[in-house]
Design a protein around this ligand. Sequence first.
Ligand code: 13P
Ligand code: SF4
Length: 348
Amino acid sequence: MTINTKMPDAATASETLEYLKKTLQNIVPDSELVVKAEIAYEINRLKKEKNAVILGHNYMEPALFYSIPDHVGDSLGLARIAAETDADRIVFCGVRFMAETAKILNPDRMVLLPARVAGCSLASSITAQDVRDLKARYPGIPVVTYINTYADVKAETDVCCTSSNAADIVRKLDSDSVICLPDEFLAKNIARETGKNVIFPGSDRTGKDDMVIWDGRCEVHDKFTVEDILNARQQFPDTVVVAHPECSPEVVEAADYSGSTTAMTRFVRESDAERFLILTECAMGDNIAAENPEKEMLRMCSIRCSHMNEITLEDTLTCLRQDIYQIEVPEDIRIRAKRSLDRMLKLS
Ligand code: 13P
Ligand code: SF4
């Protein structure tokens, strides 16, 4: 699920720079890498001194992605690593709900998020009270909640899911109907895959195989359109289109492949095609391009996740130096949220 980045172990400052120059040529200008390599070197020195592990989501900007994480991956892969680490500190280069997940699984370790906020439009689209209201309106139906939610929402949930296991989790539940929250598009994509009838809160159930959904959306993936795909194919007919399942069902249907961020990366790595359109956060297109220099990545860099982009090498260094931006989760919420994460890890 995760790939280990290949920075040489205990690299000196000049080895760090050489490695980044070689890996990111044509992607990040050398002048920028000179500054970033210095910071990355200091972070790597400090993380050993403080027995920290750095987890980096696939959306991290290329210089960070290729220099400081001990592990990179998607939400599921990083949650698994977080559950197993024995480091004193976990520095999560991702967004808040991911760092919170690491804290839920690791209450005795210090979890640091190198940002003041680093939110997510999906996580802020639903509250714990919304989930309680849905459970009252549709009693007895299990609640499957996307990992892109905060701890109090996970605490109201039967089982969590991520983009890489959502359909699998829904199939494995002992119930023909489910409440699937909060991403409207992800839920509709899973409903199509698992043969469920989509209903919005307030509507009556059809009686069987219902999927009650919410109207949360990822502000990034919501922006990709079928027209973007048609335009790319018109210009380059050999383009293979890869889309994250947070894109609309129409976009996912028009794409050649849809999967989690790690699944998309693996798909490009293993494909013989030469040109891809990557419909997700642009930095991941850069990271895939660096790994596959012989292939061309078309990416729409006007569409960015401002939350993921809050994480910088500079703030990661400050955070690790000062142990600031620690994540805390109230214990009663943590225990209940952990149950739904544990169920997911067991089922997937
Ligand atoms: P993945 O679990 O596929 O990495 O997705 C996380 C995310 O936030 C995508 O926008
Ligand atoms: Fe949230 Fe979308 Fe950003 Fe992912 S890309 S963190 S779902 S806002």
